[in-house]
Design a protein around this ligand. Sequence first.
Ligand SMILES: [Zn+2]
Length: 391
Amino acid sequence: MSFYRERLPEGGLRSLDEVGSLPFTTKEDFRANYPFGLFAVPREEVVRLHMSSGTTGRPVVTGYTRHDLELWAECMVRVMEYAGVTSRDVVQNAYGYGLFTGGMGLHLGAEAVGATVVPTSSGVTQRQVMLMRDLGTTVLCCTPSYALVLAEALRGLEGREGVRLRVGIFGAEPWSDGLRGQIQTHLGLEAFDIYGLTELGGPGVAAECSRHEGLHIFEDHFYAEVVDPDTGTPLQEGRPGELVLTSLRREASPVLRYRTRDRTVLTSEPCACGSPYRRFLRVQGRTDDMLVVRGENVFPSQFEELLAGFAGFNGQYILVVDRQAHSLDTLEVRLEADTADEQRLEQEIRDRIRDSIGLTVTAKVLRPGVLPRSEGKAKRVVDHREAVGTP
Ligand SMILES: [Zn+2]
């Protein structure tokens, strides 16, 4: 319980402007203080734990008091309202239930607005499609990667006949507007982006409204800054940088100035929806996901956006980065597409990437169904460079 006490000034803060002078909290702080070192209440007051395993190291643990769960529900209700979900809706929640915050978080919100919740959790795709039809699902909640998988399954099974989807609430990974277009077309719904992270208690930090021009940050619960990712200096609004979040009301796991690693831009331009909350533009990518190829910084979402413009592309792709000993990095874009002329498509993709991203790559068109599908967050980058050692 001493972690934050040591970081806060004697007597506390007098205004939110003083937040910018406090030290940052990082993922490493969560790992180093695993499991309860960052908690601010006695364990007896904690009624729920969630965590994200990540791929390496110790899990990130977050806790909730009874009051925290009420606050979480309040935020998740707002997420639902921004997407126009009401008690008339049937919400199929295909986010994973369990330690992951996604399943239980969306469940809280959907139930609180009075919708009929179908807690399918992720996976068992054929059953998801069956229930979607049988129960008259109108709202689908899952990762955008899994939405793509469901769209594909639907196409294989009599198409959208008898499907009543109208809204999709998708988050937990960065996704491009190109992918949004594909998901909307194939599932026949309006897709809403949501934002949250385990360190801040899960989804319900920010959400898109019906204008789809950035995500409104729920500023009565979270204080947002954008900082220079290299120096940590707070940036003026409108300048791109790393999103830093401070929780204002959480009791069990409050967080001071969390370095999210997400790249975005903040704006206080009023939104036509009338929301009082500032927006950040859709997350371009995580600093962790950023690829450095031959000295160029690129995000998988840039490739995704570009590929989505090609007819026949079904949304499934991976980026394979390699380096031969003593030679330059190579990047191959492997994608699934339905096309009569693979070589021509490969050439077009190579040209388009060179012209708009500025990288020389190779492209490999694969038959639909070859690449592994994801029920949660998709793995879009395969980096073989570590194997041969980095200079
Ligand atoms: Zn708005």
